[in-house]
Design a protein around this ligand. Structure first.
Ligand SMILES: [Zn+2]
Length: 419
């Protein structure tokens, strides 16, 4: 009898280990399939990985528009680098409504630097295909290229000070006192110490350790703890800083002056990394004011919206789109984010993989790498997560953006929001 019991326990143990081994093996090789779409070379040509070249392509188009249109404003906010990275700017192009200023549309990119190639590509698509005399008759357009140029140039999500700009944007300093109660609980998992080593057991077992945490606390609690933003761990991921980052501080008065000229504004902040691979997710944090929510619903009528209040969702503190709205003294602002999914992060495996890639990259930046091979692998995975090289993915981004921007421009003029 005892022998039977012993054998059963042993069999279960072996089965458990096998299952864990298979899961970890799958995790290590995780790569969701590309969207089924024939690659289009013209669409792919919008993607420029190198910051300086992407910036120049934006500036060249801006110069051409300034020749053709009245009262165009171009500005460049320099971003100083402690390491001495030269040529970093937040570039702005403001095309005022040419007859009657009824509404303002803002597109912003590279708030997360490494996501910049996609944001820059979509911005230039917009410049090539959607700026027309008819649009500009009563709609002003403000394009903000590379809010985190250091991160774009260095292929990091965060700024040189390890600040996540999308957790840092606030009109008051109260944000930086925010306590993220769940963060200390996840800190050992997401901010490991010592050089980043892909062979370390902590990383080999990252999936299982994450699943143990999910089992203990539940996915919504963990997601919120990790992604909300934090203000107490300067070397940790999703750090929102202690004060407003210099380029946002420099941008604020300029933005405020332009916003004041329009009774209604809408901003679309361009991001990658969240959601189903190759899919454009319209990602909205529901505004407290129900009329603003109705306004957003009217603009995106017929489209799937990922509301920040949904079950798979989380709320963030210090996001850029809400900050732009807070710079208004009067009038109404509709904040929106476009997220182009890369790793199917809506699935548990995809979410844990995305987190692991983020954790390894930050560990490497903060504490170095165990080997040159590990460094190359970690940085490649990180770049592929936020700036996929896949021709099908890039084609889909441009095609979907063209359709969605067309939809927004058709609906926005019909929307009136009483603040
Ligand atoms: Zn992002």
């Amino acid at each position: 009898m005892l022998r039977w019991l012993w054998r059963a326990v042993l069999a279960l143990l072996v089965l458990g280990l096998l299952a864990a081994g298979v899961a970890s093996w799958r995790f290590a090789r995780y790569a969701p399939a590309d969207p089924a779409i024939a690659p289009d070379t013209k669409a792919q040509a919008y993607f420029i990985d190198d910051y300086a070249s992407a910036r120049q392509a934006f500036l060249d188009r801006g110069a051409a528009l300034a020749q053709r249109l009245e009262r165009v404003e171009r500005f460049a906010i320099p971003v100083a680098s402690r390491q001495g990275v030269p040529g970093l700017f937040v570039d702005g192009l403001y095309l005022p409504a040419q007859r009657e200023p009824r509404r303002l549309l803002i597109l912003s990119s590279a708030v997360h630097g490494v996501e910049g190639p996609t944001g820059s590509a979509v911005t230039r698509l917009f410049m090539d295909e959607f700026i027309s005399d008819a649009l500009l008759a009563d709609t002003g357009v403000l394009l903000l290229h590379a809010l985190n140029p250091w991160g774009f140039a260095q292929q990091r999500r965060f700024t040189e000070s390890n600040v996540d700009l999308n957790r840092n944007a606030s009109t008051t300093d109260a944000l930086y006192q925010t306590q993220n109660a769940g963060y200390p609980m996840v800190d050992p998992l997401i901010n490991p110490q010592g050089p980043a080593d892909l062979g370390a057991w902590a990383h080999r077992l990252f999936l299982l350790r994450s699943i143990a945490q999910i089992a203990q606390h539940g996915m919504p609690v963990l997601r919120q703890a990790v992604l909300q933003g934090q203000y107490a761990y300067p070397k940790g991921i999703y750090y929102g800083g202690r004060t407003l980052e210099p380029q946002l501080a420099a941008l604020a008065p300029r933005l405020g002056a332009i916003l004041a000229q329009y009774p209604l504004s809408m901003s679309i902040d361009l991001h990658t990394g969240y959601g189903a691979r190759g899919q454009l997710h319209v990602f909205l944090n529901p505004p407290e004011n129900p009329r603003l929510r109705e306004g957003l619903e009217a603009v995106f009528a017929g489209q799937t919206i990922d509301w920040g209040s949904g079950k798979d969702f989380y709320t963030v503190t210090g996001d850029v789109t809400a900050w732009i709205g807070a710079l208004r003294q009067t009038g109404a602002h509709l904040p929106a984010v476009f997220e182009y999914g890369t790793l199917d992060s809506q699935t548990t495996l995809g979410a844990v993989k995305s987190l692991h890639i983020t954790v390894l990259e930050n560990q490497g930046v903060q504490h170095g790498y165990a080997s040159a091979e590990d460094e190359a692998r970690i940085q490649r995975d990180y770049r592929e997560m936020f700036n996929p090289s896949s021709p099908a993915w890039r084609t889909k981004v441009i095609h979907d953006s063209r359709a969605m921007l067309g939809h927004v421009l058709e609906r926005l003029p019909k929307v009136s929001v009483q603040p």
